[in-house]
Design a protein around this ligand. Sequence first.
Ligand code: ATP
Ligand code: MG
Ligand code: MG
Ligand code: MG
Length: 429
Amino acid sequence: MSVSSIHYLSKIFQPVTVISKTASISRKDVTSKSQRLMLELGIIRQSSPGFFHFLPLGIKSLNKLKKIVNQEMNNVGGQNVLCPSLINCNLWKTSGRLENAGPELFQLKDRHRHSYVLSPTHEEAISDLISSVSPLSYKQFPLRLYQISSKYRDEIKPRFGLMRGREFVMKDMYTFDTDIESAKQTYDLLCESYNNIFKKVGVDFIKVLGTTGNIGGSVSHEFHFKAEIGEDKVLFCHNCNYSGNLDLCNNEKCPVCGEEKQIDISNCIEVGHTFLLGDKYSKPLKATFLSKDNKPVALQMGCFGLGLSRILAASVEVLSLEQEIRWPDVLAPYNVVIIPPKMGSKEEQDTKHVAEILYTRLESAIPHLTDNVLVDDRLSLTIGRRHLDARRVGYRYVIVINKKASESVPLFELNDIKTNGQLYLSENE
Ligand code: ATP
Ligand code: MG
Ligand code: MG
Ligand code: MG
């Protein structure tokens, strides 16, 4: 490996956002811990309310989440597509959603005065895609198409940073089956795949009965992270083990057994949502297949949304300390940071290039660490100061090169910021 491929902290574009009365972002604009930490530590930057730039560290983390999601979608036979963001309004008229959409729907006209929606979700667009090639033979199903793209919603209260943006990154899968039984099997398979994704992310989650909102359908589940700041409420009944979004309940009573006392209600952040749609979109938009007796029949659909940008922020929200980010290990922008001695110190003289050698060795010994190790080359700063910075950004393992690294058997101080553990590693380990 050449030294030029080493990731140096000083080269990372990580502009910090100052939050103060006089700055463009004031305290009242900052409504969650994750939003504050991600702005202050240069992970994201606000463009206007509800719209954010992902900075290099933020993108690195987002890409890790995308990788996990892509793998899981491939495991369930998903094929990746990318639909346009601007969708002809007529499709939304046909599905009947335009008239109820309300001000959350961004709409615009082109130079010919044709109307488009800036898509908040893609049921119409994907049904129209299938319709345009319909009828396909029944042999071509099940069909599972998914995309990872920006979605647009003119939220009445964009807040909490990435958790409620007006533009956000969603993974949405749309499934097509030839009968309701197969559609249900697909639905269960996808719910299982969501379990796998959240287990890999490693943040505690719950799956509960969900509301169908304006997307519709007959069955729906929501995936949530429990958090004080969550805008949804979830009811759990200790009597019959029912759990569901509180919007499904009357007077807060358990909607299954009517229990009023042995129930828990928790604030939650909705991170994923699955819907068994049936033919709600396929029928009006004519997404059909050719049955064995050669008749066009409406397909049975499911749709499966995951808020990727929300999952990032919600993970940070749930795991972080007040002043220090904690990432799920699999989503941290980097896992290891190496801190060489301060410039001009005796240790610096005695340990020239040790950081680079260690970096190269770590990456070659542990393939997982490729592109996940960083050298904090801000040598004018003390080790202590850089150590604090590493804790704040949440780099899990901090390796300090101090005077033990220049002894006859060099030792490196390894700190685990999650457990506060510390040990010395020798070069051979
Ligand atoms: P909410 O109840 O929070 O408004 P929703 O039920 O309207 O969300 P869905 O239509 O189910 O959202 O979209 C699928 C997923 O997209 C959600 O589970 C969530 O993770 C994510 N999501 C929805 N709205 C936003 C938003 N404004 N910003 C970031 N992520 C969002
Ligand atoms: Mg919503
Ligand atoms: Mg919701
Ligand atoms: Mg939802």
